[in-house]
Design a protein around this ligand. Structure first.
Ligand code: T3D
Length: 263
């Protein structure tokens, strides 16, 4: 099944891997409502397709994503309906990245600013091109971190560093992003897509339990040990009843590599 492409969001499938490319390169892939809604729809379609087993999110051109499209300005009233806007467009997209039970890799090919950085932080893996940069740009225009940045960032880098990034809004380069734990790895720019595709293909050959790992880790920050142990029980029961568990144990006994199907 093909996931729907749109002029703002290219959806390309290669076997079990779906690559979603934000496609507004002239404005460093800044986010408007249509792009956020297309992203949300594509992820929902992907969630329903059992044969898709990993997702790469990247940007066209020299930027990953520069956050909210600021060009429309504030309009005649000088005010935005920020609450409605976040609820209707940003929250669904960020929630879709976190709740899809398939690994999502952000291949950060340039600047990730404001909500663009939030998109990258919401992913399960971040691979950065060596010239990529990250900024909590919100504060530069008098806003606060949104789209999950205030949730993901302290969990990834600790409160002290997260506050520094959020309050100063400075640009962080890829090496610094790696050092503080924003990204998993940095690769030469011209190898970024290949590196992301390789990781996605590997994850795409993984077992059904990958989605359950994501479910467990999503919950772990908000749970106490007792709740988390109970959630692990539930997830393990589900994993143990998967075809991939049978295949994993059979392959071990037969001393051969497993051939997982994601079921
Ligand atoms: O509405 C709500 O619900 C609130 C939600 C808010 C969420 C947010 O994301 S708030 C944060 C919004 N984003 C920003 O504040 C970042 C703005 N952009 C920048 O600060 C810089 O562009 C960058 C640091 C990202 C990159 O700088 P640089 O020098 O590499 O590129 P540039 O020359 O500034 O940008 C290239 C073009 O993209 C330029 O257009 P031009 O002059 O060639 O026609 C620039 O205007 C455009 N662009 C960059 N970012 C945005 C943008 N156009 C619209 N919106 C943008 N966010």
């Amino acid at each position: 099944m093909a996931v729907t492409s749109s002029p703002l969001l290219a959806a390309d499938r290669d076997g079990a891997v779906l690559t979603l490319t934000l496609n507004r390169p002239d404005v460093l892939n800044s986010l408007n409502d249509d792009l956020l809604d297309d992203l949300n729809s594509a992820l929902n379609e992907a969630a329903g397709d059992e044969s898709l087993r990993a997702i790469v999110l990247t940007g066209a051109g020299r930027g990953f994503c520069s956050g909210q499209d600021l060009r429309p300005g504030l309009g005649a009233t000088g005010q935005l309906d920020v609450r409605g806007h976040l609820r209707e467009h940003y929250v669904p997209a960020i929630t879709a990245i976190r709740t899809i039970e398939k690994p999502v890799i952000a291949a950060v090919n340039g600047v990730a600013a404001g909500a663009g950085m939030s998109l990258a932080l919401a992913a399960d893996f971040r691979i950065a091109g060596e010239s990529s940069t990250f900024t909590q740009a919100f504060v530069r225009i008098g806003l606060v971190p949104d789209s999950g940045s205030s949730y993901f960032l302290p969990r990834l880098v600790g409160t002290a560093k997260a506050l520094e990034l959020a309050m100063l809004g400075d640009l962080v380069d890829a090496e610094e992003a790696l050092r503080v734990g924003i990204v998993n790895r940095v690769v030469p720019d011209d190898q970024l897509i290949e590196a992301a595709a390789e990781l996605a293909a590997r994850l795409g050959r993984g077992p059904r339990s990958l989605g359950l790992v994501k479910r467990l880790f999503n919950a772990s920050h908000d749970n106490g040990l007792a709740e988390q142990l109970s959630l692990e029980e539930d997830a393990q029961v589900e994993a143990a009843s998967s075809e991939d568990f049978v295949e994993g144990v059979t392959a071990f006994v037969e001393k051969r590599p497993p051939r997982f199907t994601g079921r």
